[in-house]
Design a protein around this ligand. Sequence first.
Ligand SMILES: CC(C)(COP(=O)(O)OP(=O)(O)OC[C@H]1O[C@@H](n2cnc3c(N)ncnc32)[C@H](O)[C@@H]1OP(=O)(O)O)[C@@H](O)C(=O)NCCC(=O)NCCS
Length: 180
Amino acid sequence: MNVDAGMAIKEIKASEAGIYRALMLRGYSEHPDAFTSTFEERATKPIEWWARRLQDPTSLTLGAFDANDALIGTLRLEQFQRLRERHKINLAAMYVMRDFAGRGIGRKLIDEALISCRKLGGIEMVNLTVTSDNLAALRLYGKVGFQEFGREKRAVKGNAMYLDKLYMWRPVSADYVAPI
Ligand SMILES: CC(C)(COP(=O)(O)OP(=O)(O)OC[C@H]1O[C@@H](n2cnc3c(N)ncnc32)[C@H](O)[C@@H]1OP(=O)(O)O)[C@@H](O)C(=O)NCCC(=O)NCCS
């Protein structure tokens, strides 16, 4: 791991909707199989849609900013809303720009996301889904303690084939030690 000096993880503000949109559109276009949404679908959304997403009080969007304050990575936490599901939060829309991948930024984003979950209070577990052939993401999630609990077959219908999605979870607690 080699997290870049001067890098900071911060909440992305609604006023930063433009840079968030640009980063995510780049992610959808670089890695079409890693996301359920497509570049085409999201490119048509007006800037207000992105700002609303960042303002949504039931979610938190974190950004990794480099030493020059450029946005280079992100993830979202989206809290389940039904009364009996509010102990759960979903981790989604995770992306680190290709030029900065493999330097520990994804791991740092998840570490900070877990700290944020603990601060929110009442959140006990984090869920996520990942395309079954996304080996980089699967390794990252495994390393930070996520375990698979299910597979949705043919979850996404791509141009050439269906993609399965794996469901993963981990407790929020800092004391949690993942079984080997
Ligand atoms: C998956 C992703 C977020 C990883 O971010 P990252 O900043 O490159 O990850 P890190 O450098 O923090 O790596 C942490 C661990 O993940 C694993 N990993 C990361 N990239 C990997 C790769 N290309 N191949 C295999 N394992 C990889 C490694 O186990 C690594 O730990 P190690 O370096 O100690 O071996 C990034 O590659 C990405 O944005 N991919 C495209 C979008 C995507 O797949 N998003 C997730 C959707 S569910």
